[in-house]
Write a protein that binds this ligand. Structure first.
Ligand code: ADP
Length: 323
């Protein structure tokens, strides 16, 4: 059986075309991350798959069957949003069992499934806790348990971790990814954060201004974005002919701050403009011949002199090649 097939989907709101002729497949048991800047149409696409937006044109099919006219609750898809939207008057167990109750699952089986899900999300024994006493991260774990409880055929996650602070988000995204793969969940994961997309996804679909620009596995996308606009969405900031950096195999190279390292034996020379402390070292802004202003990293907290010359080494593993 095949999974999700979106074909030439268009969603318009008056004069705004939020989703513009998008085709996307999700194979069973895999996770596709939909990555793009805010306002590019990600949520609208997800909502159209869920049955929450009407399609202007195109189709959405599951297992080969067109879903046109099938209401949200009959699609057997799970939903999880940025704000978990837990029922405040129910306890944790009451929230997690909600979908099962709706499906008419009996009490004993519900209790067993709730315990299993809470164990899975690291909240074993939390059944009777009021949701108002939970931290933001715990609330999102409960929301995940609730959306997985009825064993949805497809899980739709819309920026599920965006309301959490960075440290928590970085930890939870790894856990969430492990849970999705352990439960072999088929999922569409909407995010504007490329690190999050790369952590959770088997395939990353890059979107901008309503259109899908490229769909590829994380490694391939990261090393070989289709073009400059995809590279920019992934966080690459400087572009140069590959040969000017001593690289071959493609016409253009894209660099991000991790791509250049201050190194006396480096092949590039530039003048130091300024520097600042960043996580794990110093980021130096350098004016390099033929490349212009770039940023480079050094693990040392003792920065090079402003106005002086430095040599930079290209870190080939942190450079994207395209064209
Ligand atoms: P993203 O999820 O990538 O941030 P959205 O899908 O929320 O983007 O929005 C895409 C575009 O569609 C935006 O220009 C947004 O303003 C517009 N839009 C989204 N929902 C509606 C709506 N219900 N009515 C009118 N315009 C909308």
């Amino acid at each position: 059986m095949s999974g999700l097939a979106v074909r030439d989907l268009v969603v318009r709101f008056g004069a705004t075309t939020a989703v513009d002729t998008v085709s996307l497949d999700i194979e069973l048991g895999t996770v596709v991350a939909l990555l793009g800047p805010s306002g590019c149409g990600k949520s609208t696409l997800l909502r159209a798959v869920a049955g929450l937006e009407s399609l202007t044109a195109g189709s959405v099919a599951w297992g080969g069957a067109d879903l046109a006219g099938l209401p949200v609750h009959r699609r057997r898809f799970g939903l999880m949003f940025q704000d978990g939207q837990l029922f405040p008057h129910r306890d944790v167990g009451g929230n997690v069992e909600f979908g099962l109750r709706m499906a008419g699952v009996d009490r004993a089986e519900r209790a067993e499934r709730v315990a299993e899900l809470l164990e899975l999300v690291g909240l074993a024994g939390y059944e009777r806790r009021p949701v108002s006493t939970l931290s933001g991260g715990e609330q999102q774990r409960v929301a995940l348990a609730r959306s997985l409880a009825p064993r949805p055929e497809l899980l739709l996650l819309d920026e599920p971790l965006s309301s959490l602070d960075r440290t928590l988000r970085e930890r939870l995204v790894g856990e969430l990814s492990a849970i999705l793969s352990k439960t072999r969940t088929t999922a569409l994961y909407v995010t504007h954060d490329h690190d999050e997309a790369f952590t959770v996804a088997d395939q990353v679909a890059v979107m901008a201004a309503g259109r899908l620009l490229q769909t590829a596995p994380p490694q391939r996308l990261w090393r070989h974005p289709a073009d400059r606009s995809v590279a920019a969405i992934l966080g690459y900031r400087w572009f140069a002919p590959a040969t000017s950096l001593g690289l071959d195999g493609a016409a253009m190279a894209a660099l991000r701050p991790e791509s250049l390292v201050v190194d006396v034996e480096g092949s590039l020379t530039g003048r130091v403009l300024d520097h600042r402390f960043t996580r794990g070292g110093t980021t130096v802004r350098v004016d390099v011949d033929n490349l212009g202003e770039v940023e480079a990293r050094t693990p040392h907290l003792d920065p090079p002199t402003v106005g002086g010359l430095v040599r930079l080494r290209v870190e080939p593993a942190a450079v994207a090649l395209f064209g």
